[in-house]
Design a protein around this ligand. Sequence first.
Ligand code: SAH
Ligand code: SF4
Ligand code: F3S
Length: 419
Amino acid sequence: MNYLIETIGCQMNMCESDVLSSVFSAYGASKVSSLSDADVAILNTCSVRAQAEQKAFSYLGRIKEFKQKNPDIKVVVIGCMAERLGSKIKKRFNSVDLIIGAKDIDNAALRIMDLFHMSDFAKKVNSEIKSEVTRYVTIMKGCDNYCSYCTVPFVRGKEISVNFEKIVNKCSSMVKNGAREITLLGQNVNSYKYEDVNFAALIKKVATIENLKRIRFMTNHPKDLSDDLIKIMATEPKVCSHIHLPMQSASDKILKAMNRKYSHEHYLKLIKKLRAAIPAISVTTDIIVGFPGETDEDFEDTLEAVKTIKFDGLYVFKYSPRPNTKASGMIDDVPLQEKKRRHAVILEEANKISIEIVSEIIGSTQQVLVEKIKNGIIKARTRGGRKVFAKGDKEEYLGKHINVNIKEAKVNSLFGNII
Ligand code: SAH
Ligand code: SF4
Ligand code: F3S
């Protein structure tokens, strides 16, 4: 089975696509990168904004055309949009053979291989699959927060924490196969709880894995960020000094309408605490502009917060009404033109701040973990999560910490020399 896999959406989807790939390869299937080489095209979808769904539809449109001339190719749609729309996708695209929603993702590999009667084959004994240096591990599924704009609780279901023993075993086996950095994933990782193990305790357990060098995690909800977690970030050297802490808005009126359950003051306090405990911490965030009822004043509050907090990175989204969510019943009263303007204003400000921040990194020495080496260039990452490139081709650097003196800095990448 030659398979093509295309992934839209968040790290959770990326992670699930990777899991599929590793099961397929254990059964001897090969990943290909063009439709003409594929026996099956798999599309892993996202529903978080209308745009993400449009992207999937236009991809399916292209595949439909291809299938008219190549009727043997199988088409599989998985993930969040498959969950949300189910058989409606098939009605619109009869070229689709199989739909597997996000809640059934655990069965996806076998169901796809069944299309080729492959799951009857014996699994190859392939314990020596070499791992990438950086890997993702899902520690919880679903979300119970019901932020009023968000479709995730509907497409991913109730929040369930994975047994910590399973998580630690999975991480250990990845590390045995070469992984050196693990990102613990969940929609709201800091509310992790399995029996009496909370998120900070889970990190402690993962940190005991020998040869694991770095731990990252995402995403965090400001309402659940505990002092315990801040403490472990400050004291456990394997935990990277980066936190993604979505602010969404700085207007209390909008935060309330979003059902975020924290005030802007609380958010600011968290940032203060984090920066006091971990001086080198890099803080990134998500912002939504044009939520129903967002006035110029509300927006200015958010812009002001962006200016004062000086995030190391941010993602800004134009509010997109999602069916079934509470906010979809509110009047989407900010015109698209205005959403675009607010989006552009935040981006411009964020860019200015990024340039300021990265220019301060020039001349410094950064400890980086080498993730890839290709054509004489090393690709690595700082503890804060910035990409670093340097000349070097020694295979032995792979998965190691090295020091790089930064010579040049752009918003999304740093360049330097290995010391
Ligand atoms: N669980 C994570 C991420 C959820 S989706 C969290 O709570 O942070 C990632 C981001 O998409 C959100 O943080 C939010 O900024 C944005 N988003 C979610 N729903 C949206 C919508 N309907 N319109 C615009 N942006 C949205
Ligand atoms: Fe969506 Fe809120 Fe859950 Fe994040 S915490 S996934 S924004 S409902
Ligand atoms: Fe992720 Fe999109 Fe689903 S953000 S959880 S892939 S709706």
